[in-house]
Design a protein around this ligand. Structure first.
Ligand SMILES: Cc1ncc(COP(=O)(O)O)c(C=O)c1O
Length: 515
């Protein structure tokens, strides 16, 4: 065949060496090499096309172990391409371990590749999936509920709507930061994260929440869940007890269970977590997880007296308090509340914040503010687990805060959420009258409607199921309890819905929940 001739189907010849390895071939047999085709309209370079097809032929078993390939010159002639193109493909397959070459005897398919070929064959035959047995912990973690956030759907909870987020500005900041990136961002070795961001967070919290700490005590995490996980791993032993608000953020149990710690449900009342009840149930607990600025999910603010009581207990019990301040930026009116951390004279409070609610959760940036006595140990431990949170967004977020965009944005969404909460409550009054009792401070991205009047005592999970079947997402209040629920109701998220959607959602709800 003439060089340069473009043959569609090249049936080439190959020599099988039987009864020995390279150089030991005694019985030689000519066999057909299945089709190798070059497609010149495909933008894939010719050497890559040859390489890919030969690899497929070897993996499928069409080219068997110990087959000898024709010479590169023969292959090039047959395919109508240059010898260099074929050599490139063959060298790549030699480097990947599919072929072996000897200067005296030629190029051979490496064997045995049978196992790999069999595995591929098995996969293609779609065998029944073998059940996977995870560790006991793995089974528990894998049971965890999956995110059910449905932006734009009434009344899904989760991240806020980003319709007003200044993505243009954010992308300009990304470009400006990464065009000539700060070297401390490129070569970061600090497990606590990017220092300028830690400074910006410390300044922001000092101004808005009255917190007292140095930027060096801010420890960047990939969101609150990771902060919680680190706190559990580094401060708790197997069998230790932890106070958790009831109802509360029950996802915290996954971090506790990971270290074998036990969650003690401590009821909340109108002033927040009942310290008296906590002392009665587990006075010697090692940690209390609380949401003092906006109790999750009942929405009340922890009273000053209760805060002092909690701090007293922690000092006496030599326990830690984890202050989960998940959405305090979005208080709808009035000044943001001082943090519990601001009252802590004994270095017992670990403050935990996140940008998931104020900006968006896929950013995966949160932080812990650690008492100075914990900082160094946390840094070392974090470095050994997962050195630090990605530095791609940290310098951009720093500029976003420093240039005042964060504060402006927060002001804007606070007004928006205040209006949205009003419209959900107004629609609920119209459709449900006094069957819902709204709880909590005007803050955050959800409102909790406790069943009262004609709905008192009705099972909320059944209501949530019916609502979901009708296309409305509501979280049943009972699912936030570890023990038997003392109230039934619905958590109504309004982060990503406008007034029209919320009225339509409420109409659907009222048609599926009978009073
Ligand atoms: C009370 C509370 N704490 C913490 C988190 C976790 O936030 P992050 O996205 O930062 O892990 C959430 C998320 O919904 C939450 O509701």
């Amino acid at each position: 065949m003439k060089k340069g001739q473009n043959r569609e189907n090249l049936v080439d010849q190959c020599i099988v060496a039987r009864g020995g390895g390279i150089g030991m071939a005694r019985i030689k047999r000519l066999i057909d090499l299945p089709k190798v085709q070059l497609n010149r309209s495909d933008p894939t370079p010719l050497n890559r096309q040859i390489e890919r097809q030969l690899r497929e032929l070897i993996l499928s078993g069409d080219l068997r172990a110990q087959m000898r390939l024709p010479s590169t010159r023969q292959l090039a002639d047959g395919l109508g391409c240059s010898r260099g193109t074929v050599v490139g493909a063959i060298e790549q397959l030699i480097a990947e371990g599919f072929l072996i070459s000897s200067s005296r005897s030629g190029t051979f398919v490496v064997g045995p590749l049978r196992a790999a070929v069999d595995r591929r064959g098995d996969k293609q035959a779609a065998r029944p999936v073998k059940p996977v047995r995870l560790s006991h912990l793995g089974e528990f973690l894998a049971e965890a509920r999956r995110p059910t956030y449905r932006p734009g759907t009434a009344f899904s909870t989760g991240s806020p709507d980003v319709a007003d987020f200044p993505f243009g500005r954010w992308s300009r900041l990304c470009r400006s930061v990464w065009r000539q990136p700060p070297l401390d961002a490129v070569y970061n070795q600090d497990p606590a994260g990017y220092l300028p961001l830690r400074r910006a967070i410390a300044a922001y919290l000092h101004d808005t929440r009255g917190t007292r700490f140095e930027p060096s005590n801010v420890f960047i995490t990939s969101g609150s869940q990771q902060g919680l996980d680190l706190v559990a791993r580094l401060l708790l032993n197997e069998g230790d007890l932890v106070w958790m608000e009831e109802p509360g953020f029950i996802e915290a149990r996954y971090a506790l269970r990971s270290v074998g710690a036990g969650a003690v449900a401590v009821p909340v009342d109108s002033e927040g977590l009942s310290v008296t009840e906590g002392r009665r149930r587990a006075a010697d607990a090692k940690l209390a997880i609380v949401t003092p600025s906006h109790q999750y999910p009942m929405g009340m603010i922890m009273s000053y007296a209760r805060r002092m009581e909690l701090l007293d207990w922690a000092r006496q019990a030599e326990a830690w308090i984890l202050e989960d301040d998940y959405d305090s930026e979005s208080r709808h009116s009035g000044a943001p509340l001082p943090a519990l951390q601001a009252l802590d004279a004994d270095e017992t409070v670990i403050y935990m914040g996140t940008f998931s609610k104020a900006l968006f959760s896929s950013l995966r940036i949160g932080y812990l503010v650690l008492p100075p006595r914990l900082m160094e140990r946390f840094c070392r431990a974090r470095y050994n687990l997962d050195p630090f949170t990605s530095l791609m967004a940290q310098p951009v977020l720093t500029r976003f805060i420093e240039d005042g965009h964060f504060a402006t944005y927060i002001q804007k969404i606070r007004r928006k959420f205040a209006a949205r909460r009003e419209s959900v409550v107004a629609a609920a009054r119209d459709y449900f009258g006094d069957a819902f009792e709204f709880q909590g401070d005007k803050a955050g991205l959800y409102v909790t409607a406790v069943f009262s009047g004609p709905l008192r005592g009705r099972p909320d999970d059944e209501a949530a199921r019916k609502a979901l079947a009708a296309g409305v997402v509501v979280a049943p209040l009972s699912s936030y309890y570890q023990g038997p629920p003392t109230a039934q109701g619905l958590i109504l998220g309004f982060g990503s819905i406008d007034e029209k959607t919320s009225r339509a959602g409420m109409a659907t709800l009222s048609s599926v929940i009978d009073r």
